[in-house]
Ligand binder design. Structure first.
Ligand code: ADP
Length: 260
């Protein structure tokens, strides 16, 4: 399938990620939804993926279900964490639909099987939905894992899997900073934005971790996966008004990860 666009909206954009309790950022969701509508041309194929933010990271860190499930308490936490992700997805897709985007909630963990990494996931249905000009909206979820019962299938892992299966040219990552900097811009005022990265070694020089509670790996992880797969990617600031529309229309903003 050609010309599929793949856009991830980080959990820090649609939730208040610094909160311990699940807290949506409704105003931002509305803006993001509006920009997606504006940026999308007629009959264009788009798959959206969103992160969990405060709906996911604090509960996973607290319950440690990413390390597997053994007890009844673990199983309840697995169930509740899944339910919370669906709740966030319902809020976000509602805003998208209100803007006139044919957003189709798509729970990756309803078919995903992991064993340390994502082994399989339903993609045929996503292709068929795209043919109908629907916009599947996937999201990071706790998923079945063959080794340990449960592990986390992050939005950042769904992205390269779909990029490969749907043969998307480019992965678009909307996050809460302008792109990749020489060091973490949230901690270092002298950090400078890098326009293009051509090798994984270069990326490793710049990247430490992510400052928030994050059980899925952060910025370096996105770039490593792009190099593993061999698909270019753009990392841009989805908190800045207008950027989502621009990136969907093909503008080069943020940092371009160029796989040679
Ligand atoms: P998301 O949840 O939106 O996918 P991540 O938390 O994975 O985003 O990555 C974004 C975060 O990465 C930023 O908020 C920033 O604090 C952190 N970060 C660490 N080092 C860097 C760097 N060199 N350049 C840009 N961001 C960095």
């Amino acid at each position: 399938m050609n010309n599929v666009k793949l856009l991830k909206i980080g959990g820090s954009i649609i939730t208040r990620r610094e909160k311990e309790e699940p807290t949506p950022d409704i105003e931002n969701m509305e803006r993001v939804a509006e920009e997606i509508k504006q940026g999308l041309s007629k009959n264009e194929k788009l798959v959206l993926v969103h992160g969990a933010g405060s709906y996911g990271h604090p509960i996973v860190k607290r319950t440690e279900i990413h390390k597997g499930i053994e007890t009844e308490e673990d199983r309840i936490n697995f169930a509740e964490t899944q339910r919370l992700q669906n709740e966030l997805n319902v809020l976000f897709t509602k805003k998208l639909i209100q803007q006139g985007v044919s957003a189709f909630p798509f729970q990756a963990s309803a078919s995903a099987i992991r064993d340390g990494e994502l082994k399989t996931m339903e993609v045929d249905l996503i292709r068929k939905l795209l043919e109908e000009n629907m916009v599947p909206v996937l999201y990071g979820v706790p998923a079945y894992d063959e080794e340990q019962g449960c592990s986390i299938l992050s939005g950042d892992e769904i992205m390269p899997y779909l990029a490969k299966e749907l043969n998307a040219g480019l992965m678009l990552h909307g996050t809460d900073v302008d792109g990749v900097y020489t060091s973490d811009p949230n901690e270092d005022d002298s950090a400078e934005l890098i326009a293009q990265i051509d090798s994984l070694e270069e990326a490793k020089n710049y990247l430490g971790g992510s400052k928030h509670t994050d059980v899925t790996g952060g910025m370096l992880n996105k770039i490593e996966k792009a190099f593993d797969l061999g698909k270019d990617c753009i990392i841009f600031n989805a908190n800045e008004s207008g950027n989502i529309e621009k990136v969907l229309k093909g503008d080069r903003i943020g940092t371009y990860i160029n796989i040679i």
